[in-house]
Design a protein around this ligand. Structure first.
Ligand SMILES: Nc1ncnc2c1ncn2[C@@H]1O[C@H](COP(=O)(O)OP(=O)(O)O)[C@@H](O)[C@H]1O
Ligand SMILES: [Mg+2]
Length: 364
């Protein structure tokens, strides 16, 4: 596949309403040339709306979209250098794989010889080189989705848009196709924008993840930064499996305490706070916070315990396979050494980084 050049994409005060429904209240962001951006957020947060604006399938209400500095928000879809892959890839059933892939080129009047060359290249790049004369009905779901991807890349776009393209595939195929997509992105060089509500897809595919909540950007950063320093309780609760524990706590005299009195961290904050602690950083111990196990999920390599604290707050803990606690069991857990995240109890925004404690109940 010949490499194309990815476009830098800038969103400038971009808004979209449907009647009274203000879906995107004003987006500002710059997506790097050749970057793989994943847009992650719950159903209904405006992900498809944003892609449709980029593709030109919907008109912006206000604001600008710039691709390599050129305003494109008023251009027709075909003049933007953008190609889109949908969840429901809707191939033409009566056409062969080659005809499906080449359809847009045919409509655009690309000469036969060039068309055939580009179709063969695109098909090869998604490992469908041997399937050109099959019809969609003779392909598996994964192969059909790859035809849809080839249909997009054959146009040699500078921007590739993917709207939940793996959602209809079964888990194993999703994993395989995910890895192929990452490799394909590196080969073709286009800027890719990939929409999903699946945090694993986001973490594994993205150069940067743009997390959308009710049409607003909660955080736009690398997967590592989003995992290590979530900007809000919304992000914290969205990333990680199981997600971060979010506990009500009180900050006083430089210490952050649970209702039980246990010190979780040291910090220069005061008043009620939300404390984030990842399940994989909590350890079972001989002393420390008392929890009661509600149920246990055995995932083979580890267990996930759903437990609760004395004051009733839920707490999830990941434990190694050797030790399988039983529902109803009372355990001590230690937060010592665990990275602790502090959030404003009202706004949910991240507060200054606290210092973790070194041992139970003793601030460092
Ligand atoms: N064509 C449309 N007409 C009216 N409302 C729409 C239309 N498309 C989307 N919406 C509304 O915009 C909001 C965001 O939808 P969407 O972008 O599809 O979310 P997501 O893709 O994140 O699940 C929803 O409230 C939805 O009802
Ligand atoms: Mg959608």
């Amino acid at each position: 596949m010949q490499a194309t050049t990815g476009a830098e994409i800038r969103l400038d005060a971009l808004t979209k309403s449907y009647g009274d429904n203000l879906v995107l209240p004003g987006l500002d962001a710059t997506l790097g040339a050749g970057e793989f951006t994943v847009i992650l957020g719950p159903s209904g947060c405006g992900k498809s709306t944003l892609l449709n604006l980029l593709a030109g399938l919907e008109r912006v209400t206000s604001g600008r979209i710039l691709m390599n500095g050129r305003e494109v928000q008023d251009l027709a879809p075909r003049d933007r250098g953008v190609a889109m892959v949908f969840q429901n890839y809707a191939l033409y059933p009566h056409m062969t794989v080659a005809e499906n892939i080449g359809y847009a080129l045919k409509i655009a009047g690309v000469p036969r010889a060039e068309r055939d060359r580009r179709i063969a290249e695109a098909a090869r790049s998604v490992a469908l080189g041997d399937y050109l004369i099959r019809r969609p009905g003779e392909l598996s779901g994964g192969q059909r989705q790859r035809v849809a991807i080839a249909r997009a890349i054959v146009r040699e776009p500078s921007v590739m848009l993917f709207d939940e393209p793996l959602s209809n595939l079964d888990a194993q195929l999703r994993h395989g196709t995910r890895m192929e997509l990452a490799a394909l992105h590196r080969r073709i060089g286009a800027s890719s924008i990939f929409v999903t509500h699946d945090q694993v897809e986001a973490m594994t595919l993205a150069d940067r993840i743009l997390i959308l909540n009710k049409g607003r950007i909660e955080q736009f950063d690398t997967p590592e930064a989003i995992y290590r320093r979530p900007a809000s309780t919304f992000v914290a609760g969205f990333i990680g499996a199981p997600p971060m524990n979010l506990l009500d706590a009180m900050a006083e005299d430089g210490q952050v305490r649970l209702a039980s009195g246990s010190v979780l961290a040291r910090g220069e904050v005061n008043g009620p706070v939300t404390v984030g602690i990842r399940p994989e950083t909590i350890r079972l111990s001989d002393a420390g916070e008392l929890v009661v196990v509600d149920y246990v999920e055995d995932l083979g390599g580890h267990h996930v315990l759903a437990a609760h604290l004395e004051d009733g707050q839920p707490l999830r803990i990941m434990t190694p396979p050797e030790r399988r606690p039983e529902p109803g069991e009372r355990l001590h857990v230690s937060f010592a050494g665990a990275p602790v995240h502090l959030f404003d109890a009202v706004t949910g925004r991240r507060l200054a980084d606290p210092a973790p404690i070194r041992s139970e109940g003793v601030s460092a």
